[in-house]
Every structure is written in structure tokens, then in C-alpha cells.
Design a protein around this ligand. Structure first.
Ligand SMILES: C[S@@+](CC[C@H](N)C(=O)[O-])C[C@H]1O[C@@H](n2cnc3c(N)ncnc32)[C@H](O)[C@@H]1O
Length: 294
């Protein structure tokens, strides 16, 4: 969902257009499957890979190979990572067996046997998997917002740090902006269906928030509450502080640029110490200790 839960004014449309996967998506009955609809609506992993590569190269002067996708869901990112480069390997970790099974059936199945052999999926809690070590550990679509106390989030960040190989980086996305606390439903049209992102409730005392994803089909019907998220809305300074408390020596924030003509995010993320007070924004944190010794 990296490009969803923010106001349209600051959102990228280019991500979708650039995805190689879009040419491979199924039609027919499978296109009413909530996982397929989710992937179509909110995931374009290959668009992230250039950013991951650049951040890693900047630190280490080399290319990352081993990627660990925490909260991997259907493992779309892990699958595309092994397609991206022949030397790449991926580890996907998720708690939910049926979602992992769906990913095996539809995402891993379309890989070649050689590519499939470079993906390892594990049904487990992200707090408990720290081996094999990875060059990149990524937690995308804000999945780590499920940890709703500082202690719980710190425990997760510590586990992510323990999972890193020398020179490794931990990367996650963050969203915010004053518009994200407003109860509302945003609609995005896709071919054959509409994606709805509903902000259901927000509690300013705890910052606990509930979002739903619904789908409406162009012909008739749809899926109400296909996915529900009970999260805490974390701020960038909180995340930075907790990453440092978990032991990371450096935490960089990458802020998305804006396309001046459309007013949407342009999917170009640059290191920043200050952001623009936009109604909705997306950023990445990149946490690391130091470069790999050469
Ligand atoms: C929002 S989905 C993210 C899917 C995908 N990473 C993406 O970018 O869209 C969140 C996933 O996290 C999984 N999950 C939640 N808590 C977890 C935990 N403690 N350990 C492992 N997986 C967890 C859920 O089963 C679900 O598949």
C-alpha cells in the first residue's frame, strides 16, 4: 500500500505504470480474489528496487543480493526480487499461512524453478527470524505499525538489526500528514474495479487508528472490508528515536519529491532533514550501522 493511505494530492501515479508485473496479471474469476485485487491496487515492487539499490550502493559501493521481506504477505516483492537479478536471493516472513499459500500458488508459481529455488518463505513471527542474514531487511506498506507500543516496536527493530549482514540496511515506509487523521474514504479506479481506502477511526489520545480496504467491481458487487488494519500512527521522530534505541547508528529519512504539474508524489525519494507540510506524504527510513569492510 505504499502509495495509498495519503491524500491524492501527494500521491504517485507513476508507480503503477512502471511495474513490469502488470503485463502478467490474470483476468477472469481470479481477478475477484482479494489478494490479487490488493496486489493490483497497492503493490509495484520493482519500482522500489532502484531506490533500494541506490541507498545500498551509496553506503557500500556494491549491489545488495539478499533481501528479507518482513510481513511478506503474498511474497510479491520477494518473487520480483529474484527476477530482478540472477544473483539475488529472498527470504519472506509472514505469520499467516493461507496468505503465504496464496503467494506460493500465484506468485512463486510463475517463477522459473531456478528462480523459485532462490526464494525461501517462512511462516513465523518477524520477531523470531534473524537468520540467514540479509543485505536488506524491508518492512513495507507500513506493516510494522501493528506494533503499538514503543517497547514492542523497539523489539521488532532490534530483531531487524540482528538480521542484517555487515553493511546491511533496514528500510521501511512511513506515511503521515494532517489529512491522514480525517475519517474518509478514498476511491481509486482500476481496470474492472475500484479500490477504496477507508479511514474509519482515529484516537488522538493513543494515536490508534483503524483502516479498511474495500473493493467494488465495475459490473456489480464487491468485497467489503477485504482487509482491516488496527495500527498506531507513528511519527518520523518517534520512529527515528526508536531505531536509535534499538541500536542503529544511522537513520536517514528519504522524502518523496512532488510533480509540480500534477501535485502528486513523483516516486523520487531523496535524503532530507526537513519535509514539506503536505496533507499527506510518504517517506522511507533507512537504518544502518556502517559500511561493509572491503
Ligand atoms: C499489510 S500486509 C503487508 C503485505 C506486503 N508486505 C505489502 O507490502 O503489501 C501485513 C502482513 O503482515 C503479516 N503480519 C502481521 N503481524 C506479523 C508478525 N508479527 N510477524 C509476521 N507477519 C505478520 C500479516 O499476516 C499480513 O500478511
Amino acid at each position: 500500500m505504499s502509495n495509498q493511505p495519503v491524500s491524492r494530492r501527494r500521491r504517485s501515479s507513476s508507480r503503477k505504470q512502471k511495474s513490469r508485473r502488470r503485463t502478467l496479471t490474470p483476468r477472469g474469476p481470479k481477478s475477484r480474489d482479494r489478494h490479487w485485487l490488493y496486489q493490483e491496487s497497492v503493490q509495484s515492487p520493482d519500482v522500489h528496487f532502484g531506490f533500494f539499490d541506490r541507498a545500498y550502493r551509496r553506503l557500500n559501493g556494491s549491489t545488495p543480493r539478499v533481501l528479507k521481506e518482513d510481513f511478506c504477505g503474498t511474497a510479491l516483492l520477494a518473487s520480483e526480487w529474484v527476477e530482478w537479478r540472477r544473483e539475488n536471493t529472498a527470504i519472506g516472513v509472514d505469520l499467516h499461512a493461507p496468505t503465504l499459500a496464496w503467494g506460493k500458488k500465484y506468485n512463486l508459481a510463475r517463477l522459473t524453478p531456478e528462480q523459485r529455488a532462490r526464494v525461501r518463505l517462512q511462516r513465523a513471527n518477524v520477531l523470531h527470524v534473524t537468520r540467514p542474514r540479509a543485505d536488506l531487511v524491508v518492512a513495507l506498506n507500513f506493516s510494522y505499525f501493528i506494533f503499538r507500543t514503543r517497547d514492542a516496536l523497539r523489539e521488532y527493530f532490534r530483531a531487524a538489526r540482528r538480521s542484517l549482514a555487515p553493511g546491511g540496511m533496514f528500510i521501511g515506509d512511513i506515511f503521515g500528514g494532517w489529512d491522514t487523521q480525517k475519517p474518509k474514504t478514498e476511491r481509486t479506479r482500476h481496470s474492472g474495479f475500484t479500490y477504496l481506502w477507508e479511514m474509519d477511526r482515529f484516537d488522538p489520545v493513543t494515536n490508534f487508528v483503524r483502516f479498511h480496504i474495500h473493493f467494488e467491481f465495475r459490473d456489480r458487487g464487491g468485497i467489503r472490508r477485504a482487509f482491516t488494519y488496527d495500527w498506531r500512527l507513528w511519527s518520523i521522530p518517534e520512529i527515528r528515536e526508536i531505531l536509535h534505541e534499538a541500536g542503529f547508528r544511522h537513520v536517514d529519512i528519504y522524502w518523496e519529491g512532488i510533480d509540480r504539474r500534477s501535485g502528486h508524489g513523483n516516486s523520487v525519494f531523496r535524503r532530507a532533514e526537513r519535509g514539506e507540510n503536505a496533507p499527506g506524504w510518504i517517506a522511507f527510513f533507512v537504518a544502518y550501522d556502517g559500511a561493509k569492510r572491503r
